[in-house]
Design a binder for this molecule. Structure first.
Ligand code: CA
Length: 263
């Protein structure tokens, strides 16, 4: 669950100890998962964990207060529980009471393509056939420096490099997490063709579904923007760009990929 907590926004803060006796007892008795209700509509599943360090540090005091911040990975539904607990130790027993709880809503990190502008993978001053970090590739994938003469002098859409898928079957694939199931997104990319060669065609797959096999217009040797809408069915969505041209050198240029949510 990487990139889960990009930022925190407080949506509620109140003394919930009385409302969560079950959680309080869980904190004392075990580290098992507990499920409890918050308000009328919110159901939060939390694994109530107190770190060993917290207990060791505090339990030798007669009374101590501290704040326990639970691992965000243990909180379902994008909510984070922060609790202020009081730890008391007497001769025979150790007790932990929840004094104050605060619920924070995690703002999930947006789905983001890695190496989306192909700036990572080569430092060539002209062009270089290479694997593409963050992507799984097949066939001829070539990093091309912006303005490189042997590739027609095309300027990168962004940064210093763009990627060429040289022939039929050349492809790059990447799975991107952090989508909201059921939400609609737009995949944006910029594309161009190699100067002096026939037009390439593109197969764009999103979660195995073929979205397009040709471009809506003849590709230019200068980059142009394209976009495709899709609806996520799970957090992970796989993107595959594949050169589907007839045989011969019909290099397809890609640069400036991004994902934006459609609201
Ligand atoms: Ca670039």
């Amino acid at each position: 669950m990487r990139n889960r907590s990009a930022s925190l926004e407080t949506v509620g803060s109140e003394d919930l100890a009385d409302k969560m006796p079950k959680l309080s007892s869980l904190l004392v008795e075990s580290t098992e998962a507990g499920q409890f209700a918050l308000g009328a509509n919110q159901q939060v599943t939390a694994i109530a964990k107190l770190s060993a360090a917290l207990a060791k540090v505090q339990l030798d005091a007669q009374e101590a207060k501290t704040k326990a911040e639970h691992n965000t990975n243990d909180i379902a539904m994008g909510l984070k529980l922060i609790q202020e607990v009081k730890l008391e130790a007497d001769n025979n027993s150790q007790a932990i009471a929840v004094e104050k709880s605060q619920i924070q809503e995690l703002t999930p990190a947006p789905p983001t393509l890695g190496n989306a502008g192909f700036e990572d993978g080569s430092i060539t001053g002209s062009y270089e056939y290479a694997s593409v970090p963050e992507w799984t590739k097949t066939g001829g994938t070539v990093f091309i420096k912006s303005g490189c003469r042997p590739w027609g002098g095309t300027q990168a859409e962004e940064g210093s490099y763009f990627l060429g898928l040289q022939r039929l079957g050349a492809s790059i694939t990447q799975s991107v997490a952090n989508h909201g199931p059921g939400k609609t997104y737009q995949l944006n990319f910029s594309s161009a063709k190699r100067s002096g060669y026939d037009d390439p065609t593109l197969k764009l797959y999103i979660d195995v579904q073929l979205y397009t096999e040709t471009f809506p217009q003849t590709l230019s040797t200068s980059f142009s923007w394209f976009s495709v809408m899709y609806t996520a069915t799970s957090s992970n969505v796989e993107f595959k760009f594949e050169n589907s041209s007839p045989s011969g050198d019909r290099t397809l240029f890609l640069d400036g990929l991004s994902i934006s949510e459609v609201r």
